[in-house]
Design a binder for this molecule. Sequence first.
Ligand code: HAM
Length: 419
Amino acid sequence: MKISRQKGTKDIVFEDALIWEYLEKKIRKIAYSYNVNEIRTPVFEATELYARSVGDETDIVNKEMYTFKDKGDRSITLRPELTAGVVRAYIENGFESLPSPLKFWYVGNMYRYEKMQKGRYREFAQFGVEIFGSSSYHADVETICLSHSLFKEIGLWDKLQLNINSIGCKECRAKYIEKLKEYVKPNLENMCQTCNVRYEKNPLRMLDCKEERCKEILQNAPMITDNLCDECKKDFENLKKALDDFGIDYVVDKKIVRGLDYYNKTVYEYTSKDLGLAVGGGGRYDGLVEMLGGKSTPAVGFGIGMDRLVLLLKEYNLVEDIINKNYVDVYFLILDENGYSYASDVITKIRELGYKVELDIQDKSFKSKLRYADKIKSKYVCIIGENEIKCGKCTLKNMNEGTQEDINFSIDEILKRME
Ligand code: HAM
């Protein structure tokens, strides 16, 4: 019986694998240029970590987690996001005592049991950055600049829109929530079941409801952005000015509250202008380290959907160069069994020099071997038969020009032609 891939997962191979490799290289380069440390945390964590950080009234925790009991009867969850895991690692490894700010980046798979849509998978990856120990808006700006640098580097910046908002600190948000509840109360019975639950448990999330009747009721609701305390207001103004200074375009979207509970003050999202797809999101989460048992530590970060970056790169035909670079430098086509020992040293050395070398390992006709060399886009084919071995030579075929010559079989002679 055939066993199929699980819904919402994919096999990344060939051209797609090249695009992923390209993205990962760019990410590494940008993270290096911002002096950010790589962090790799486990794919599974204690379920409680997510319930306490992402929030048990969020869709992620309520509906989307892959949770199971392990053989030791512990409740385990495949990570639905990575911020919580990085915070856990920060506390557990005593990173609090290291010089701050401390900056981390990651690329990793995560798991959400979601309804499938374009760009929405059950296993997906994010590139993320988390900065610990700075309460300055400059840290928020730094995360936006870093993500902006990546989008610019891969040619996607002008296809995206950056939406920013501030959801205030604990104090001004508490006051605002009272105002929001007061506004909603007379209409609560006309709102959906989820909004009714959120009204009690997490009122801000009502603003994220997709139900038409709720959207209508909330249309004229007071907005947190207009109800910030002086400090939050000043921070948000400073943030906008700094983005202007860096020449980063943004739109203030008062409706952004984000789907995870740990945020405060700055929140932001990148969406694709044409496809309306959320490409990334982030913000400040000053209370999370303390909430998970660490010292009070301000923090800010973002996560960008890798799968969605790949989708956009393909959508906008930005992948041709990446794929075209996928050629083989030289294919060693062996027509006589003794050719293998004859060529072994040269092949090893060329590989050690960093060239991409394919060795003929299949018993086929000369013609089909040549056809194969063409298919794998080999620039040169080095043909070794009985005659060549006798004379200490090889036939080097230039596949682009369709020419060939007999040369002495040495690494220098081959490289002289290939360079
Ligand atoms: P998030 O908004 O849940 O934030 O996810 C960030 C990005 O991950 C989304 O904008 C989207 O591109 C991608 N993503 C989410 N779900 C899926 C899916 N099912 N399939 C494909 N891509 C998806 C977070 O996860 C926060 N931890 C970000 C963060 C880091 N905030 C502060 N630090």
